[in-house]
Design a protein around this ligand. Structure first.
Ligand SMILES: NC(=O)C1=CN([C@@H]2O[C@H](COP(=O)(O)OP(=O)(O)OC[C@H]3O[C@@H](n4cnc5c(N)ncnc54)[C@H](OP(=O)(O)O)[C@@H]3O)[C@@H](O)[C@H]2O)C=CC1
Ligand SMILES: CC(=O)[C@@H](O)[C@H](O)COP(=O)(O)O
Ligand SMILES: [Mn+2]
Length: 389
């Protein structure tokens, strides 16, 4: 029996993870859960899975949850320290599926406690990459990429007992759907709404990552994520726009072979793979029918219409805190766009301004990452108030 701690239980990845757990009650036990403010959904989860511990983002949310679940034996808690505590408590695997930078501390707690970490929360790796990977190595942890592209790359790479290797690899081909505005002109993109941006053509996901997909910042974050996970640089990764999201990524080898991982776009596949690797289990996801798929298309990304992808590559080469600064700016920008305070095109503009104006420092400890995150959030908010409102 594998005991699972699920961080971000009420979200889209949380739902797919619970779906896999529910299909295999003899293999997986949900022992702890965390979320921010979705009390009613968390109450449903607690009633169904009866975890030992449930953590919310605030005392108020915890109290509301406790009141709704007064008849359960679950221990109800709140705050960042409690999230770190469940990630390092009695469990075998930690699903890191909190949205954004808020996921960093609990994910690191799982790593430091030696758990198998299932990494969906790309922002934690993007912002603290080198320190994050050093902790993975130090604690000899199995880090399973859950992000569909990185899970695909992991599946395509030669593997040993410890994970994926780079043996004979020439290039990583990171696929991108292109998002809902792939064919839009800059003029058309000027007035798009949050609802349009969240309507991903192929995947059903949370709002923040959906907007990131629409602005190609998701691909920028994923480029950096791939560099840290597979110990490569952006020069080793080619972003390939593939509108159907059937090929989840590919690896090109020195002999000219290209290996692709394909499947219907459903996160239960990478989640189940992460939970059972090196074994595989049935997920209930329909196998691909190539006669229905009929056509797969590929094209180059347009960096002029989607500058976020280039900004992410720039941040990687700037190094140090640059990636934390860019991520912080983007989290503020997406939130402001969803609240209709700035336009869609302002997201990349704001990201660029913050990256240009931030003082990039070396990352010698976690405090440097948190300081950069805070300073860039503040700068982004000031810029919104003064120049973007
Ligand atoms: N959805 C997908 O298919 C994919 C997602 N990912 C990554 O996985 C992560 C989660 O994405 P997704 O599930 O779509 O997002 P959702 O917005 O659907 O869910 C986010 C989850 O994080 C919780 N959360 C948000 N802020 C905090 C906080 N400060 N403290 C504790 N919990 C918090 C939310 O709780 P509450 O509901 O209470 O707000 C919710 O449970 C992101 O990093 C995303 O990039 C990666 C690949 C695919
Ligand atoms: C499911 C997943 O992993 C998302 O990151 C998804 O890939 C978004 O797709 P695009 O960013 O390519 O539109
Ligand atoms: Mn992805």
């Amino acid at each position: 029996m594998q005991k699972i701690c699920l961080l971000g239980a009420t979200g889209s990845i949380g739902r797919s993870t619970l779906d896999v757990i529910a299909q295999y009650p003899d293999q997986f036990e949900l022992v702890s859960v965390a979320a921010n403010a979705s009390v009613e959904r968390m109450a449903e989860i607690c009633r169904t899975f009866k975890p030992k511990r449930a953590v919310m983002g605030s005392a108020q949310a915890r109290d509301e949850l406790a009141a709704l679940c007064a008849d359960l034996d679950t221990q109800f808690e709140y705050g960042s320290a409690a999230m770190e505590s469940i990630a390092s408590d009695d469990c075998d695997q930690v699903m890191a599926a909190i949205m954004g930078f808020a996921g960093l501390r609990p994910t690191l707690a799982g790593i430091r406690a030696g758990k198998r970490v299932l990494l969906a929360n790309k922002e934690s790796l993007v912002t603290a990459g080198r320190l994050f990977m050093e902790e993975v190595a130090k604690h000899n942890v199995t880090l399973m990429p859950i992000d569909s592209e990185h899970n695909a790359i992991f599946q395509c790479l030669p593997q040993n007992e410890a994970g994926a290797t780079k043996r004979d690899v020439d290039k990583i081909l990171l696929t991108a759907s292109g998002g809902p505005f792939r064919t839009f002109s800059p003029e058309q993109m000027r007035s798009v709404t949050p609802a349009q941006a969240c309507a991903h053509p192929n995947w059903s996901m949370g709002q923040k990552i959906s907007v990131d997909s629409a602005s190609l910042m998701n691909k920028g974050l994923e480029l950096i994520e791939a560099c840290w996970l597979f110990d490569v640089t952006p020069a080793d990764v080619q972003v390939v726009v593939h509108p159907e999201s059937i090929v989840h990524s590919m690896v090109s080898f020195k002999d000219g072979s290209v290996i692709a991982q394909m499947g219907n776009p459903d996160m239960k596949i990478p989640i189940a793979y992460g939970m059972t690797w090196p074994a595989r289990i049935e997920t209930g996801v329909e196998a691909l029918d190539f006669f229905k798929v009929a056509q797969l298309n590929f094209e180059a990304p347009d960096l002029e219409r989607f500058p976020n992808l280039k900004l992410a590559s720039d941040a990687w080469y700037l190094g140090g805190t640059a990636m934390a600064c860019l991520n912080a700016a983007n989290e503020v920008a997406v939130d402001a766009f969803l609240k209709e305070q700035i336009s869609f095109l302002d997201i990349a503009r704001l990201n660029q301004r913050v990256l240009e104006r931030s003082e990039i420092k070396a990352v010698n400890d976690l405090e440097a990452v948190f300081a950069a995150d805070q300073a860039s959030r503040l700068l982004a908010q000031q810029l919104i108030a003064s120049e973007f409102a």
